[in-house]
Write a protein that binds this ligand. Sequence first.
Ligand code: SF4
Length: 374
Amino acid sequence: MAHAWSGMRGIAPVPTYVVMQPTTLCNLDCAYCYLPFRAADKRMPVEVARAVAASVEGWARESRFSVVWHGGEPLAAGREHLAALLAPFGPGVEHHVQTNATLIDDAWCEFFRAHDMRVSVSVDGPEARNGDRVTRGGRPAYDRIVRGIEALRRHDIPFSALCVVSDPRPGAATELYDYFLGLGCDVLGINVEEQEGVNTRANSHAAADVRAFWAELVTAWRADPRIHLREIEWTLRYVAAVLDDTADALLPRQLDPIPTVAYDGSVVLLSPELAGFSNPRYGDFTSGNVLNRPLADILAGAAVTPWIGEFLRGVESCRATCPYFGFCGGAHAANRYFEHGRFDTTETDHCRNSKIRLLEGVLDHARDHEPSAV
Ligand code: SF4
């Protein structure tokens, strides 16, 4: 009953993490990348980091708080500059970096350890599945990615992995899961490729293929669940909560605002993928700039940003119409915009691939196995 869901109403005044863009530059040129300025090296000035650090200090004292350094390729900012950006943050703030791994060497490993930085690498599975990942000169990037991961392993630095799947279908899931077991990551996130930003490739797939992909992934994971598998574990938690009649309590009560602070201090809320884009109707999607307004004030005024009001209406439409709302919470603003050109719509290819088919695939797995399996 879609109307019963009470989570995800409005936007929380305090985020659980902030995304920071130390540089727009990326040294790779992946075919599916959504970033508009990845060929330009626009670096974040230290004043931007100082302004953000001043705002998050109080939040980090109250509860766990993270800064996620996400580019471009954050390591392309260089160790010295990244250290200068990290310096204003107090010891209570956790730092994470999302990297393509190609620049990781011994010196970067020492840097991660010195700054207690959690590392997540982007790699799409075995070499043949990394064809979209190329250097600026168009050469395959896989060997460089693997060299970076080998450096992490040499230094015993734990890492997560993020895998983009462009063509989810039966057969792929087992191969991928086996690969990541061998890679040595602790946590794996699977992102079905999304049509967003400057990536206009269609991401519509046959429902049966996507569903079978997710079902197969559960089977592979259950055979050897050494890795935390983000999407599958979340889905199983939801299914267990439905069985316990506690599912309505699972979604956060309010949307996490996920402020993304671009290199120049401008702030885009809810969907990092909107940063750097503009539209005659919505403007540049920003809600303010930390150089002239504290982040807490920007968050307090979030709902007056024109596109955000429209998105919140879209979330209410999802609540009213979609039986998957309690699992999904309305998904991401950027997918609505880049697929439909507006925010008050409901279904997207993204939510079909990564929410609806995911839940259906996990349930298919449960049906195909003993009832006590889930
Ligand atoms: S985004 Fe899609 S799956 Fe999620 S609640 Fe809305 S329509 Fe349902």
